[in-house]
Design a binder for this molecule. Structure first.
Ligand code: SAH
Length: 367
């Protein structure tokens, strides 16, 4: 009797090694490992971060015989575009990406007259479970690697450099970590990505740190850590309620770190970085949009270097919640202004393309 053996290929646990995961010293070591001179690491890095190319045919400064090996060894494709949707005459473009293991993430490019903002994901899914957020409903699939995060930015930069977005060739000026995931729950990979984004070529993309915003539900120890990184990025805190009773339900991690602790961490961040903190507040009809809550919020925030970003709720499919009435939104703004707290209502680009966090991935079968 012979036992039949079936060989099952081991599932790769991690995305392939990519130069965006590595420091310049590590890139040099990796290049040497591939049988090349260390200085090839700088050349390769310039192709990726400056010329935004991974095509061996374009790398005429590298020996023809080495190009494929170097590209294969250090620039494997990490993201495959599955769907692309545009609106606003092509100046808003949302891409659904598939990662090596089939996990899906989204990024959104938004071109304005004076800037280009790229909204990136930091995790496939999210473990924070906020009930109004599409990503939160499906739970966390996995953390993204530094290079997977960076590739979203490189893809956006490439689309702009190649004149694929109406308005002529351009550059990415702002990066917001407001796509799928809780960036501070994937701390190490996110900090690595921020460094690659802000480090000048050949190390990275050379985008100003002032244009980078990291948005969090309020993981207090990670906010404290971030304030000591020496990276002048903007911190955005997704508050959504000024009182613990309601915030416990809208942002469940509030049961661990309360409103007062989160705001204390934010003020320490301001003291340390001199950067204005942004408070995100999704206005949900009859849930968190009462004038008394605006008043309470104003009292908590006034006198600090802060700005409130009100986001009309983008209802997720099947949700009982919806955006606030215009008059309630106006009253909310007025109460905050009364306390001298700067406030703007975020424009709602991308609504018609399932712009809310996680909606595109959620609407795609097999996700
Ligand atoms: N996890 C991070 C970043 C991702 S979400 C965070 O929570 O900050 C980016 C922002 O979009 C957050 O402020 C989030 O609360 C908000 N958001 C999520 N779903 C939304 C929806 N359906 N309508 C409006 N804002 C939403």
């Amino acid at each position: 009797m012979s036992a039949e053996l079936t060989f099952v290929a081991p599932r790769r646990a991690k995305p392939s090694r990519h130069l965006a995961d590595l420091s310049m010293a590590e890139r040099r070591a990796a290049v040497v490992e591939l049988g090349e001179k260390p200085f090839r690491a700088e050349q390769l890095s310039r192709h990726y971060f400056e010329r935004l190319t991974t095509d061996p045919a374009h790398m005429t400064d590298l020996p023809a015989a080495s190009r494929d090996r170097l590209v294969e060894g250090l620039m494997p494709g990490l993201l495959t575009s599955v769907r692309e949707i545009t609106c606003d005459d092509g100046t808003t473009r949302k891409t659904l990406w598939k990662l090596f293991d089939g996990a899906l993430v989204e990024s959104v490019l938004m071109r304005y007259p004076d800037r280009v903002t790229l909204c990136v994901s930091s995790q496939a899914g999210c473990g924070m479970n906020c009930p109004f957020c599409a990503t939160g409903q499906a739970g966390l699939t996995r953390n993204m690697s530094t290079a997977e995060i960076v590739e979203q930015v490189v893809a956006g930069a490439r689309a702009l450099a190649r004149d694929e977005i109406p308005g002529g060739t351009g550059r990415v000026s702002n990066i917001v970590f407001m796509g799928m995931g809780e960036p501070l729950a994937n701390y190490k990979a996110v900090i690595g990505a921020v460094r690659r984004i802000v480090d000048p070529a050949p190390e990275g993309l050379g985008i100003s740190a002032r244009g980078v915003t990291v948005s969090t539900v309020g993981l207090v120890p990670a906010i404290e850590k971030l304030s000591n990184e020496g990276l002048p990025v903007t911190l955005a805190v997704s508050l959504h309620a000024p009182d613990d009773e309601l915030r416990d339900t809208l942002v469940p991690v509030n049961t661990r770190w309360k409103v007062a602790e989160v705001l204390d961490a934010a003020w320490s961040y301001v003291a340390r970085t001199k950067r204005r903190v942004s408070i995100e507040y999704a206005l949900i009809k009859d849930i968190n949009d009462q004038e008394w809550r605006a008043d309470l919020l104003g009292r908590l925030l006034k006198g600090n270097l802060v700005h409130v970003n009100l986001i009309p709720l983008n209802p997720t499919p099947g949700s009982k919640w919806t955006a606030s009435r215009p008059e309630d939104e106006r009253a909310f703004v007025r109460r905050l202004e009364h306390h001298g707290v700067p406030v703007t209502v975020r424009d709602t680009r991308g609504r018609e393309i399932d712009g809310a966090c996680g909606q595109l991935a959620a609407a795609t079968p097999d996700s």
